[in-house]
Ligand binder design. Structure first.
Ligand code: 2M8
Length: 415
């Protein structure tokens, strides 16, 4: 059932206020305190939130992100515009080599898809603002094709690259990664939110080990490629990049540009996506490219297949099953799995922005489940506010509060 108009109006205003408060002038932070920098895919979602009330500001968000692009084409996962000791690890630990201090890895490239949405919102402004960024986007997408493919599926080289930091999907790969002795270090995240909602120290030891290896090699992909100790083929990256290639090709066609190279990438990723099909579990799954092992997990990333333009008969029953087990779908990990934890970050909670991608994919294939998911997400936000993520069983808000992407998703899609 749709919310009362007054409720919608009040929440619209609240969402706009959150976005304005998280605006640092040219870029937005995901939330005050916990995440004081510009994050890559957060910014892409922020842009569509701004589009609800300020189109110019929406494009600026993407422009600022793309201005941090490295000479090799990579667009970093965090851009450290102003050093803030409230976040760890910061620019000194990462040693990024781009034009603006940044991390040395990327994040799910949802930005081209969100740019297409901005264009549709205002085609004239879209043509003007996207044209100068088009080549940068092509170079970024090419960087994934050059450095992140395994049998056509897109890999991550760090759990932070996928955006689903501590999902059970890489428990096996993480266990195989031997952490360095890093000495004492002080995490900041658990000073902002309860430790029960965050990754464990054993995860952080491994996250930081990978950062140290990359930093030492100055993030030179050619040097790192052969010896990197964590390389996992990931549905988040594969499905989001596949969709982003399709959307970037569309943007290029609208600009009258040659899109044959982008189009040539699409069948490669379509074939790659099929290598993520776990025939036993009958789901899209994560595969550790170093050990060859499946993770045997049904996650919310498995359901991004429709967003990527892929429909597989077995996926809808999985989606309905996991959603039936909770009050608010889509849980980030299968509630029937022993690894499920309702409040621990990417090990169970619901994320509004992934719900949007999943639902829109379902809509495009004509499944009513997309509309149901939108209503369910709207209710979750109405009842529990603009949290970073939510307990799928109770809806309880979790992680950071007043969160940019939840506000943006409300404004663009859920309300
Ligand atoms: C979370 O990740 C960061 C590291 O990148 C962290 O925990 O410090 C993830 O949810 C990620 O997907 C997100 O982009 C970021 C900022 O919202 O927070």
């Amino acid at each position: 059932m749709d919310a009362q108009p007054q409720t919608t109006q009040r929440l619209d205003q609240e969402a706009r206020d959150i976005m304005i408060r998280n605006d640092r002038g040219g870029y937005s932070v995901p939330t005050h305190g916990l995440y004081p920098y510009q994050w890559n895919w957060d910014s892409a979602f922020a842009a569509i939130g701004y589009a609800a009330f300020d189109m110019d500001r929406a494009w600026i968000e993407l422009e600022t992100l793309m201005a941090a692009q490295w000479h090799d084409g990579m667009v970093p996962h965090i851009v450290f515009h102003e050093v803030d000791p409230g976040y760890f690890p910061g620019p000194d630990i990462w040693g990024g080599v781009g034009p603006v201090p940044s991390t040395g890895i990327s994040q799910p490239p949802v930005a081209a898809s969100m740019a297409l949405r901005l264009w549709d919102n205002d085609p004239e402004m879209g043509a003007e603002r996207f044209l100068p960024m088009f080549d940068g986007f092509v170079r970024w997408h090419r960087w994934f094709m050059d450095w992140r493919l395994h049998d056509g599926a897109v890999c991550i080289t760090h759990p932070w690259e996928s955006g689903r930091d501590n999902t059970p999907d890489w428990d096996g790969a993480m266990a195989n990664l031997i952490p360095r002795d890093l000495g004492e270090y002080q995490r900041r995240d658990t000073g902002h939110v309860d430790a029960s909602m965050r990754p464990h120290k054993s995860d952080y030891d491994r996250y930081l080990t990978l950062v140290a290896i990359g930093h030492e090699a100055r993030w030179e992909q050619g040097a790192l490629h052969a010896s990197w100790p964590f390389r996992v083929a990931d549905p988040t990256m594969t499905f989001i990049l596949l969709r982003a290639h399709r959307d970037l090709a569309e943007l290029g066609r609208r600009l009258g540009r040659d899109v044959s190279e982008i189009e040539s990438w699409i069948p490669i990723l379509e074939a790659g996506a099929e290598t993520l099909w776990n025939p036993e579990l009958k789901t899209y799954d994560v595969r550790d490219t170093l050990s060859g092992e499946w993770s045997c997990c049904v996650s919310n990333a498995s359901f991004l297949c429709w967003w990527a333009g892929i429909d597989r008969a077995e996926m809808l029953p999985h989606l309905r099953r996991v959603n039936r087990a909770v009050r608010f779908g889509v849980p980030s990990h299968d509630p029937e799995s022993p690894a499920f934890e309702a409040k621990r970050y990417w090990r169970g909670p619901v994320w509004a922005m992934l719900n949007m991608l999943i639902a829109e994919g379902l809509d495009e294939f004509g499944y009513d489940d997309g509309a149901l998911l939108r209503q369910n997400t709207a209710r979750m936000i109405e009842e529990n506010g603009f949290a970073e993520y939510f307990d799928p069983i109770t809806g309880a808000p979790a992680g950071g509060q007043n969160f940019t992407w939840t506000a943006a998703i409300w404004l663009d899609w859920a309300s």
